[in-house]
Design a protein around this ligand. Structure first.
Ligand SMILES: O=C(O)C1=C[C@@H](OP(=O)(O)O)[C@@H](O)[C@H](O)C1
Ligand SMILES: C=C(OP(=O)(O)O)C(=O)O
Length: 442
């Protein structure tokens, strides 16, 4: 899943966005749909799966470990699972491409199966820290040999039976939480994760939906999540709701470009994912929820977004886990607000597909925005609704969210913004530029 040919793109202001967009399926839920279906006994069906490269890496890995994963012509995916405990030894290294979620969650699965798997990835993923999952999974008995600094390529030799642990998350990470819970699925006894700061809870919701014995209690140090091992998962029919992280780009685009009015359909409104909407509303964005409903155990709504003048805020650090992937596009919103926006408490941005604090600081400065870089965030001087000067060359650094965020910034730039490589967009939102065109001409 490497992109040998960089795909540059040049954008500048083109007028308002109008029309309706249905964003693709949620990436986190799509990964988990494939993984849990592959561990159920029988056939699961998945509608609305995100067909981005990250999720396709998960599908390929589940196939390599014995599951039968196919796609019907109508876009419905069918998975015949092997059952918890039934994963097979993959015959070759698992190429995780650009995907941290695939890597960390699958390391958890392998850790308690009697198999050995090697994980590889692209240049971005190979720079990301895996020590955060190596540590708890090693405590459960897995034997993990990693490249220096706890990086990829690495090899996980699972232990079966593994040892159940009680693990307090040292970092607010749904990937670490999920890795331990997934290892616990095939571990005799009860595996516990204590979560001091709430993070996205799709694993918990979906594991319960698949029939796992998973309990959640409030403890003195946070939520206590207990999973009873040697679980039997029952196949499901899953309808994946739209990805709020993908919706975020259009929320900000419509907010910053005068005359815009759009409807974004089917957006997952899980509160552990809704931080960007809260932050944008604090800035004065005109976002209304229409037809709030439930879809497969998740809250969903349509969102009407109209252009509105934005005001700078101090972004509440408590929102960070519920909008962690949305900071790059929030920084773009801040670049158009009236006043100085301060976003702190988001140190985790340093270890995403790129260092999203440094990459966005450099990108925004190049486009004519004044910023101050902090260890854990950015201060951004907004234009007060004026077009950005632009005339910038931006490095997307193998980071899909940087490429999409700076493309949206381009829609508010007087002179062109050129992004050196937008091919990483395919990891999470393959149709992004087609949707942009349709909203600009509607
Ligand atoms: O569990 C998940 O699906 C994800 C968790 C988050 O990562 P962390 O767990 O590293 O915060 C997020 O950034 C990532 O895009 C998806
Ligand atoms: C951080 C992200 O994904 P992952 O960790 O799965 O690579 C993301 O999609 O912004």
């Amino acid at each position: 899943m490497s992109h040998p040919e960089p795909r540059p793109l040049t954008l500048s202001a083109r007028g308002p966005l109008r029309g309706t967009v249905t964003v693709p399926g949620d990436k986190s839920i799509s990964h988990r749909s494939l993984m849990f279906s592959a561990l159920a006994v029988g056939e699961s069906r998945i509608e609305g799966l995100l067909e981005g490269e990250d999720v396709l890496a998960t599908a390929a890995a589940m196939r390599a470990m014995g599951a039968d994963v196919t796609r019907d012509e109508d876009g419905v995916w069918r998975v015949h699972g092997v059952g918890v405990g039934g994963l097979l030894q993959p015959q070759a290294a698992l190429d995780m491409g650009n995907s941290g979620t695939s890597t960390r969650l699958l390391m958890g699965l392998v850790a308690s199966h009697p198999i050995t798997a090697t994980f590889t990835g692209d240049g971005s993923l190979s720079g990301r820290p895996m020590g955060r999952v190596i540590e708890p999974l090693s405590r459960m008995g897995a034997d993990i040999t990693a490249s220096p600094g706890g990086r990829l390529p690495l090899m996980v030799r699972g232990l079966n039976p593994a040892v159940p642990i009680e693990y307090t998350l040292p970092v607010a990470s749904a990937q670490v939480k999920s890795a331990v819970l997934l290892a616990g699925l095939n571990t005799p006894g009860i595996t516990r994760v204590i979560e001091p700061v709430p993070t996205r809870d799709h694993s918990e919701r979906m594991l319960r939906g698949f029939g796992a014995d998973l309990r959640i209690e409030d403890g003195a140090d946070g939520k206590i999540i207990s999973i009873t091992g040697e679980a039997e998962l029952k196949p499901q029919h899953i309808v994946v709701p739209g990805d709020p992280s993908s919706a975020g780009f259009w929320m900000v685009a419509a907010s910053i470009v005068p005359g815009s009015e759009i409807l974004i359909r089917n957006v997952c409104m899980n509160p552990t994912r809704a931080g960007l909407i809260t932050a944008l509303k604090l800035m004065g964005a005109d976002i209304s929820e229409i037809d709030a409903r439930e879809m497969g155990g998740e809250a969903v709504a349509d969102l009407r977004v109209r252009h509105a003048p934005l005001s700078a805020i101090e972004v509440p650090p408590a929102l960070a886990p519920s909008m962690i992937d949305e900071y790059p596009i929030l920084f773009v919103a801040a670049a158009f607000a009236q006043g100085r926006t301060v976003a702190r408490g988001a140190h985790e941005l340093r270890v995403k597909e790129s260092d999203r604090i440094a990459t966005m600081r450099i990108a925004l400065e190049a486009a004519g925005v004044s910023t101050i870089e902090h260890e854990d965030g950015l201060t951004i001087e907004g234009s007060g609704g004026e077009l950005l000067p632009g005339a910038a060359h931006i490095a997307s650094k193998l980071d899909h969210r940087i490429a999409m965020s700076m493309a949206i910034a381009g829609l508010g730039a007087r002179r062109a913004i050129t992004i050196d490589d937008v091919s990483p967009v395919a990891t999470s939102y393959p149709g992004f530029f087609g949707v942009m065109e349709s909203l600009l001409v509607a």
